[in-house]
Design a protein around this ligand. Structure first.
Ligand SMILES: Cc1cc2nc3c(=O)[nH]c(=O)nc-3n(C[C@H](O)[C@H](O)[C@H](O)COP(=O)(O)O)c2cc1C
Length: 257
């Protein structure tokens, strides 16, 4: 089974390619969290792979919480891997995933890093399209190597350091209390996509259907990048900046369990 978490498609793309080659199934952690679905039967599976983005050099909070609640029936001889899509470099997520899995008595056969376009536009801006295309093409070559390594059941990277954080903390945000830096502009058409996409289900609609952020946010930026009207901003940080969605995928909203 291939579990993935993806806000802008990079990890979904990698997960789909890996699952396609392994003839395996994919489960979106975001959709699973929305459905509160934590129990999976993996008894017929040869592999257990987690394809997730790097968040602050560790795992996303949503992924950490999913793994904490996850119950896997039939775990036994599967090879277990992590694949970390990152904008620049990975950090402690290999050690963090190994530690989280160990806490569930699940082994770990190592991880692989996969540099893809950086969607954290709060701190940076997207490079020009030509550079993005180069990054995506290099990622495809790296993905081939990763797939071969997984298929041949080779060991991936093992980090024996103590992880500083198992996952990036989840922030409590509120539009009504003024603690959310996420807001919508007049371009919002009340289409509701941001509410459907949020893995933490922390976006509701006001009586005109505009988004209201209330609750626990994992900062994945799915709402901001995927808004078809570009109506979502994060303070002043994202004003005038290009948005990113991996051009090779359409983000899936639902799992086939
Ligand atoms: C909150 C947040 C933190 C991030 N932190 C890092 C980081 O520490 N290092 C890095 O290389 N990329 C970082 N990124 C970039 C993503 O890991 C990268 O773009 C990833 O491929 C996005 O995957 P997705 O398209 O499946 O959501 C961060 C992105 C977000 C949203």
């Amino acid at each position: 089974m291939v579990f993935y978490f993806s806000a802008t498609g990079n990890s979904q793309y990698a997960a789909d390619r890996i699952a396609g080659e392994l003839k395996d199934r994919t489960i979106s952690i975001g959709a699973a969290l929305r459905d509160r679905r934590f129990e999976y039967d993996i008894s017929g599976d040869e592999y257990l792979v987690f394809v997730v983005p790097t968040f602050a050099w560790t795992l996303p909070g949503a992924v950490g919480e999913f793994i904490e609640s996850m119950v896997l029936k039939g775990y036994g001889n599967q090879k277990v891997y992590g694949v970390f899509t990152c904008g620049e470099s990975s950090g402690g997520e290999c050690a963090a995933l190994a530690a989280m899995l160990q806490g569930k008595s699940i082994g770990f056969n190592g991880s692989f890093d996969l540099v893809m376009p950086d969607n954290f536009i709060i701190w940076s801006s997207l490079p020009p399209k030509q550079t993005l295309d180069k990054i995506l093409s290099a990622a495809d070559s790296r993905l081939e190597e990763i797939i071969e390594a997984i298929k041949s059941k080779s060991q991936g990277k093992i980090d024996t350091n103590q992880p500083r954080d198992l996952f990036m903390p989840i922030a409590e945000i509120s539009t009504s209390k003024g603690t959310s830096k996420l807001y919508y502009t007049e371009a919002c058409t009340s289409c509701g996509l941001c509410q459907k996409l949020c893995p933490m289900s922390c976006i509701t609609g006001d009586n005109e259907g505009h988004p209201v952020w209330e609750g626990r946010c994992t900062m994945c930026l799915a709402c901001l990048h995927n808004c078809p009207s570009r109506a979502i901003e994060h303070g002043q940080d994202t004003k005038g900046k290009e948005r990113y969605i991996n051009p090779k995928v359409t983000l899936r909203l639902e799992n086939k369990y």
